[in-house]
Design a binder for this molecule. Structure first.
Ligand SMILES: [Zn+2]
Length: 317
């Protein structure tokens, strides 16, 4: 693969700028980040990071495990968990075997278990320091040390994988989604949240802040996220744009996508229609004043239902 190959849509990307990070001692991110932009899908990404460097950062250097941002009991986080659980149930996804990849302290799966999710909930994180020593009173919660490129689960063994703020940190997005497909088999769903790069400028802290986060190496547009998923056989069921509270009072623009997975869908009529509605996706993104959009195949529209008053279902021809 060319070093200028977009990791989301495989178009040839262009050099955008070099961003010099300094004063970070022997950090793996004490370097000049080589930002590239993709003319095909709008992804902006850092080209010159390595998996070895990233692994070293997350295992040895970062301290997410002690940050209040990830506090399990924070009211803002619990509101987010409730939003996600409601979103899943509105899409008919409830009480299936699942794993939250990049689970940190496990707040989301503990919330799920406390709120009626009856099947097994696994939490997976590459940073063992983040993981709780045990699941406490939750009988159907357990934790495993592992990473998104090699999940500690058998083929086709789970029906839901969630990734909250993971994909913007991963160099090999395609490999991560392929691994998700292996674990999900033909009928699983994947739910992804990443910062919404198309709305960076609209946040109170402005756009430069987001690019200064050294470990954010991918800045996704909706089109880029959809392209990466499609390339691995996923069909987009819904995309939701939200401004959700966080424990540090930083309004984060987020994408929330529930994706239907599987070879049958990828090769079938639904997937062919799906290619057609990519143009609907693009039109929706480019239209001003439409902060919340939902996209889906016509065959999915009955399942989508009414998500909320400020989310609009795009009808697919
Ligand atoms: Zn691209």
């Amino acid at each position: 693969m060319s070093i200028n190959c977009c990791p989301a849509c495989a178009s040839t990307s262009n050099h955008l700028l070099g961003w010099k990070f300094s004063g970070l001692g022997d950090s793996v991110f004490n370097y000049t980040a080589d930002f590239h932009a993709c003319p095909g899908c709008g992804l902006v990404y850092v080209r010159n990071v390595t998996d070895t460097g990233l692994r070293r950062f997350y295992v040895e250097e970062c301290s997410y495990f002690e940050k209040p941002h990830f506090a399990v009991t924070s009211p803002a986080n619990q509101k987010k968990y409730a939003f996600y659980l409601r979103f899943l149930r509105e899409h008919g996804i409830d009480s299936v075997g699942m794993a939250d990849v990049g689970c940190g302290r496990g707040g989301f799966i503990s919330w799920m278990a406390d709120n009626g999710w009856e099947q097994q909930c696994y939490g997976v994180d590459v940073d063992a320091r983040s993981l709780p020593a045990d699941a406490g009173a939750h009988r159907n919660v357990s934790f495993r040390n592992g990473n998104g490129l090699g999940l500690p689960f058998a083929e086709g063994s789970l029906r839901l994988l969630t990734y909250f703020h993971v994909l913007e940190h991963i160099r090999d997005v395609s490999g991560l989604l392929a691994e998700a497909g292996r674990v999900l088999g033909d009928n699983g769903h994947i739910l992804i949240e990443v910062p919404d790069a198309e709305n960076y400028a609209g946040t109170p802290i402005g756009s430069a802040f987001w690019f200064s986060i050294r470990e954010h190496i991918n800045h996704f547009t909706a089109k880029a996220l959809a392209a990466a998923l499609e390339a691995r056989g996923f069909a987009v069921q819904a995309i939701s744009r939200q401004m959700l509270e966080t424990p540090v009072q930083l309004p984060l623009p987020n994408y929330l996508g529930a994706e239907k997975c599987g070879a049958a869908i990828a090769q079938g009529a639904c997937h062919r229609r799906h290619r057609g509605f990519r143009s609907h996706v693009a039109r929706g993104i480019n239209a001003p004043g439409r902060p919340d959009l939902v996209f889906g195949c016509r065959s999915d529209s009955d399942d989508l239902g009414v998500l909320s008053r400020n989310i609009r279902l795009i009808a697919i021809a």
